[in-house]
Ligand binder design. Sequence first.
Ligand code: AP5
Length: 217
Amino acid sequence: MARYYVLLGPPGAGKGTQARVVSEKLGLAHVSSGDLFRENLKNQTELGKLAQSYMNRGELVPDDVTIAMVRDRLQQPDTKNGALLDGFPRTPAQAEALGEMLSQLGAEVNGVPLISVPDEELVNRLSGRWTCRARGHVFHEKFNPPQKPGVCDFDQSELYQRDDDRAETVRTRISVYWNQTAPLIDYYRKCGKLVEIDGNQPIECVTRDLLAALQSE
Ligand code: AP5
Protein backbone atom coordinates (compact mmCIF):
# COMPACT_ATOMS: atom_id res chain seq x y z
CA MET A 1 0.00 0.00 0.00
CA ALA A 2 1.38 3.40 -0.99
CA ARG A 3 2.38 5.67 1.92
CA TYR A 4 2.21 9.46 2.04
CA TYR A 5 3.96 11.73 4.53
CA VAL A 6 3.74 15.51 4.85
CA LEU A 7 6.87 17.34 6.06
CA LEU A 8 5.76 20.45 7.95
CA GLY A 9 8.03 23.22 9.15
CA PRO A 10 8.95 26.86 8.63
CA PRO A 11 11.12 28.12 5.74
CA GLY A 12 14.69 26.99 6.36
CA ALA A 13 13.76 24.26 8.87
CA GLY A 14 15.53 21.71 6.66
CA LYS A 15 12.55 20.13 4.90
CA GLY A 16 14.27 19.93 1.50
CA THR A 17 17.59 18.74 2.98
CA GLN A 18 15.86 15.94 4.88
CA ALA A 19 13.31 15.03 2.20
CA ARG A 20 16.04 14.20 -0.32
CA VAL A 21 17.73 11.68 1.99
CA VAL A 22 14.65 10.25 3.70
CA SER A 23 12.56 9.79 0.53
CA GLU A 24 15.40 7.83 -1.04
CA LYS A 25 15.85 5.63 2.04
CA LEU A 26 12.11 4.89 2.20
CA GLY A 27 11.65 4.43 -1.57
CA LEU A 28 9.17 7.32 -1.83
CA ALA A 29 8.92 10.10 -4.40
CA HIS A 30 10.06 13.51 -3.14
CA VAL A 31 7.32 15.98 -4.06
CA SER A 32 8.36 19.58 -3.32
CA SER A 33 5.90 22.29 -4.35
CA GLY A 34 8.67 24.91 -4.19
CA ASP A 35 10.88 22.83 -6.54
CA LEU A 36 7.92 22.34 -8.92
CA PHE A 37 7.36 26.11 -9.04
CA ARG A 38 11.10 26.76 -9.58
CA GLU A 39 11.16 24.17 -12.39
CA ASN A 40 8.24 25.96 -14.05
CA LEU A 41 10.03 29.26 -13.60
CA LYS A 42 13.20 27.88 -15.21
CA ASN A 43 11.15 26.65 -18.19
CA GLN A 44 9.27 29.99 -18.35
CA THR A 45 5.83 28.31 -18.32
CA GLU A 46 2.68 30.36 -17.64
CA LEU A 47 2.48 28.73 -14.20
CA GLY A 48 6.11 29.68 -13.51
CA LYS A 49 5.51 33.31 -14.51
CA LEU A 50 2.41 33.50 -12.31
CA ALA A 51 4.20 31.90 -9.33
CA GLN A 52 7.25 34.15 -9.63
CA SER A 53 5.54 37.32 -8.43
CA TYR A 54 4.22 35.61 -5.29
CA MET A 55 7.51 33.82 -4.57
CA ASN A 56 9.56 37.00 -4.92
CA ARG A 57 7.34 38.69 -2.34
CA GLY A 58 7.52 35.66 -0.03
CA GLU A 59 3.76 35.12 -0.30
CA LEU A 60 1.89 31.92 -1.07
CA VAL A 61 0.88 31.11 -4.66
CA PRO A 62 -2.96 30.86 -4.83
CA ASP A 63 -4.46 27.57 -3.68
CA ASP A 64 -6.22 26.63 -6.94
CA VAL A 65 -3.07 26.60 -9.10
CA THR A 66 -0.96 25.02 -6.37
CA ILE A 67 -3.45 22.22 -5.77
CA ALA A 68 -3.79 21.51 -9.51
CA MET A 69 0.01 21.31 -9.87
CA VAL A 70 0.40 18.85 -6.97
CA ARG A 71 -2.58 16.77 -8.10
CA ASP A 72 -0.89 16.33 -11.46
CA ARG A 73 2.44 15.45 -9.81
CA LEU A 74 0.86 12.78 -7.61
CA GLN A 75 -0.39 10.99 -10.72
CA GLN A 76 3.15 10.44 -12.06
CA PRO A 77 4.36 6.81 -12.05
CA ASP A 78 7.25 7.41 -9.63
CA THR A 79 4.69 7.97 -6.83
CA LYS A 80 3.39 4.39 -7.03
CA ASN A 81 4.87 3.55 -3.58
CA GLY A 82 3.78 6.91 -2.19
CA ALA A 83 5.45 10.27 -1.59
CA LEU A 84 7.14 12.52 0.91
CA LEU A 85 5.46 15.91 0.45
CA ASP A 86 7.71 18.90 1.16
CA GLY A 87 6.06 22.35 1.32
CA PHE A 88 2.55 21.12 0.53
CA PRO A 89 -0.01 21.50 2.00
CA ARG A 90 0.52 25.01 3.37
CA THR A 91 -3.07 26.15 3.98
CA PRO A 92 -6.17 24.42 5.39
CA ALA A 93 -7.71 24.40 1.88
CA GLN A 94 -4.63 22.60 0.52
CA ALA A 95 -4.78 20.08 3.37
CA GLU A 96 -8.44 19.32 2.61
CA ALA A 97 -7.62 18.96 -1.11
CA LEU A 98 -4.74 16.59 -0.34
CA GLY A 99 -7.02 14.40 1.77
CA GLU A 100 -9.48 14.19 -1.13
CA MET A 101 -6.76 13.48 -3.73
CA LEU A 102 -5.35 10.65 -1.63
CA SER A 103 -8.73 9.17 -0.86
CA GLN A 104 -9.38 8.99 -4.63
CA LEU A 105 -6.15 6.96 -4.83
CA GLY A 106 -7.38 4.71 -1.99
CA ALA A 107 -4.72 6.19 0.31
CA GLU A 108 -4.36 8.71 3.14
CA VAL A 109 -1.81 10.89 4.90
CA ASN A 110 0.08 8.36 7.04
CA GLY A 111 2.11 10.79 9.13
CA VAL A 112 3.13 14.44 9.47
CA PRO A 113 6.59 15.14 10.88
CA LEU A 114 6.88 18.75 12.07
CA ILE A 115 10.48 20.00 11.97
CA SER A 116 10.78 22.81 14.53
CA VAL A 117 13.58 25.39 14.54
CA PRO A 118 13.65 28.80 16.34
CA ASP A 119 12.93 31.78 14.03
CA GLU A 120 16.35 33.44 14.57
CA GLU A 121 18.12 30.26 13.45
CA LEU A 122 15.97 30.15 10.28
CA VAL A 123 17.36 33.52 9.22
CA ASN A 124 20.95 32.25 9.67
CA ARG A 125 20.19 29.14 7.66
CA LEU A 126 18.53 30.91 4.74
CA SER A 127 21.07 33.72 4.49
CA GLY A 128 23.87 31.14 4.08
CA ARG A 129 22.01 28.73 1.79
CA TRP A 130 23.40 27.89 -1.66
CA THR A 131 21.24 25.88 -4.08
CA CYS A 132 22.28 23.83 -7.09
CA ARG A 133 21.09 25.24 -10.42
CA ALA A 134 20.59 21.83 -12.07
CA ARG A 135 18.68 19.75 -9.52
CA GLY A 136 18.14 21.85 -6.40
CA HIS A 137 20.69 20.18 -4.08
CA VAL A 138 21.07 22.37 -1.01
CA PHE A 139 24.21 23.48 0.88
CA HIS A 140 25.05 25.98 3.60
CA GLU A 141 28.24 28.02 3.62
CA LYS A 142 28.91 27.15 7.31
CA PHE A 143 26.67 24.24 8.35
CA ASN A 144 26.89 22.06 5.22
CA PRO A 145 29.51 23.51 2.86
CA PRO A 146 30.14 22.09 -0.61
CA GLN A 147 33.61 20.61 -1.18
CA LYS A 148 34.37 23.38 -3.69
CA PRO A 149 32.75 26.80 -3.10
CA GLY A 150 30.09 27.61 -5.71
CA VAL A 151 29.99 24.08 -7.17
CA CYS A 152 27.47 21.29 -6.40
CA ASP A 153 29.09 18.13 -4.94
CA PHE A 154 26.56 15.89 -6.70
CA ASP A 155 26.40 17.15 -10.28
CA GLN A 156 29.09 19.88 -10.44
CA SER A 157 26.50 22.49 -11.47
CA GLU A 158 26.65 26.13 -10.35
CA LEU A 159 25.36 27.03 -6.87
CA TYR A 160 23.23 30.18 -6.52
CA GLN A 161 21.43 32.10 -3.79
CA ARG A 162 17.64 32.13 -4.12
CA ASP A 163 16.01 35.55 -4.70
CA ASP A 164 13.55 34.86 -1.89
CA ASP A 165 16.38 34.32 0.62
CA ARG A 166 16.93 38.10 0.96
CA ALA A 167 16.48 39.17 4.61
CA GLU A 168 13.22 41.13 4.15
CA THR A 169 11.61 38.35 2.06
CA VAL A 170 12.68 35.76 4.62
CA ARG A 171 10.89 37.77 7.33
CA THR A 172 7.70 37.81 5.21
CA ARG A 173 7.97 34.05 4.57
CA ILE A 174 8.32 33.32 8.29
CA SER A 175 5.28 35.45 9.12
CA VAL A 176 3.28 33.84 6.29
CA TYR A 177 4.19 30.47 7.81
CA TRP A 178 2.90 31.44 11.26
CA ASN A 179 -0.30 33.02 9.89
CA GLN A 180 -1.29 30.64 7.12
CA THR A 181 0.53 27.32 7.56
CA ALA A 182 0.88 26.89 11.35
CA PRO A 183 -2.88 26.14 11.72
CA LEU A 184 -2.07 22.82 10.03
CA ILE A 185 -0.11 21.81 13.13
CA ASP A 186 -3.35 21.56 15.13
CA TYR A 187 -5.25 20.16 12.15
CA TYR A 188 -2.90 17.17 11.90
CA ARG A 189 -2.43 16.87 15.66
CA LYS A 190 -6.19 16.43 16.08
CA CYS A 191 -6.14 13.58 13.52
CA GLY A 192 -3.31 11.93 15.50
CA LYS A 193 -0.88 12.25 12.56
CA LEU A 194 1.61 14.81 13.93
CA VAL A 195 5.11 13.76 15.06
CA GLU A 196 7.35 16.50 16.46
CA ILE A 197 11.01 16.49 15.41
CA ASP A 198 13.70 18.76 16.89
CA GLY A 199 15.19 20.45 13.82
CA ASN A 200 17.69 22.46 15.85
CA GLN A 201 20.41 19.79 15.85
CA PRO A 202 22.96 18.59 13.29
CA ILE A 203 21.55 17.41 9.93
CA GLU A 204 22.40 13.71 10.53
CA CYS A 205 20.62 13.75 13.94
CA VAL A 206 17.45 15.19 12.36
CA THR A 207 17.62 12.47 9.67
CA ARG A 208 18.00 9.79 12.35
CA ASP A 209 14.97 11.08 14.31
CA LEU A 210 12.85 11.42 11.17
CA LEU A 211 13.64 7.91 9.97
CA ALA A 212 12.92 6.50 13.43
CA ALA A 213 9.56 8.31 13.50
CA LEU A 214 8.49 7.28 10.00
CA GLN A 215 9.68 3.70 10.25
CA SER A 216 7.68 3.23 13.46
CA GLU A 217 4.45 4.35 11.73
P1 AP5 B 1 9.72 26.43 -0.72
O1 AP5 B 1 10.75 26.19 -1.74
O2 AP5 B 1 8.86 25.32 -0.27
O3 AP5 B 1 10.42 27.14 0.48
P2 AP5 B 1 10.19 27.03 2.07
O4 AP5 B 1 9.10 26.23 2.62
O5 AP5 B 1 10.18 28.45 2.44
O6 AP5 B 1 11.32 26.17 2.51
P3 AP5 B 1 12.78 26.32 2.10
O7 AP5 B 1 13.07 25.60 0.83
O8 AP5 B 1 13.20 27.76 2.15
O9 AP5 B 1 13.50 25.65 3.36
P4 AP5 B 1 13.67 24.13 3.78
O10 AP5 B 1 12.87 23.87 5.00
O11 AP5 B 1 13.47 23.20 2.62
O12 AP5 B 1 15.18 24.18 4.23
P5 AP5 B 1 16.51 23.61 3.52
O13 AP5 B 1 16.55 22.14 3.62
O14 AP5 B 1 16.71 24.22 2.18
O15 AP5 B 1 8.71 27.58 -1.22
C1 AP5 B 1 9.19 28.75 -1.85
C2 AP5 B 1 7.99 29.61 -2.28
O16 AP5 B 1 7.18 28.87 -3.22
C3 AP5 B 1 7.00 29.99 -1.16
O17 AP5 B 1 7.44 31.15 -0.46
C4 AP5 B 1 5.72 30.23 -1.97
O18 AP5 B 1 5.75 31.46 -2.65
C5 AP5 B 1 5.79 29.12 -3.03
N1 AP5 B 1 5.14 27.88 -2.57
C6 AP5 B 1 5.75 26.67 -2.36
N2 AP5 B 1 4.85 25.78 -1.93
C7 AP5 B 1 3.65 26.40 -1.88
C8 AP5 B 1 2.35 26.00 -1.48
N3 AP5 B 1 2.10 24.75 -1.05
N4 AP5 B 1 1.34 26.92 -1.54
C9 AP5 B 1 1.57 28.16 -1.98
N5 AP5 B 1 2.80 28.62 -2.35
C10 AP5 B 1 3.83 27.75 -2.29
O19 AP5 B 1 17.61 24.18 4.55
C11 AP5 B 1 17.85 25.58 4.67
C12 AP5 B 1 19.36 25.81 4.90
O20 AP5 B 1 19.71 25.31 6.18
C13 AP5 B 1 20.27 25.10 3.90
O21 AP5 B 1 21.37 25.94 3.63
C14 AP5 B 1 20.71 23.82 4.63
O22 AP5 B 1 22.00 23.39 4.22
C15 AP5 B 1 20.71 24.30 6.07
N6 AP5 B 1 20.32 23.26 7.02
C16 AP5 B 1 19.34 22.32 6.86
N7 AP5 B 1 19.23 21.55 7.97
C17 AP5 B 1 20.16 22.04 8.85
C18 AP5 B 1 20.54 21.66 10.18
N8 AP5 B 1 19.93 20.65 10.84
N9 AP5 B 1 21.52 22.37 10.79
C19 AP5 B 1 22.12 23.41 10.14
N10 AP5 B 1 21.83 23.79 8.87
C20 AP5 B 1 20.84 23.12 8.24
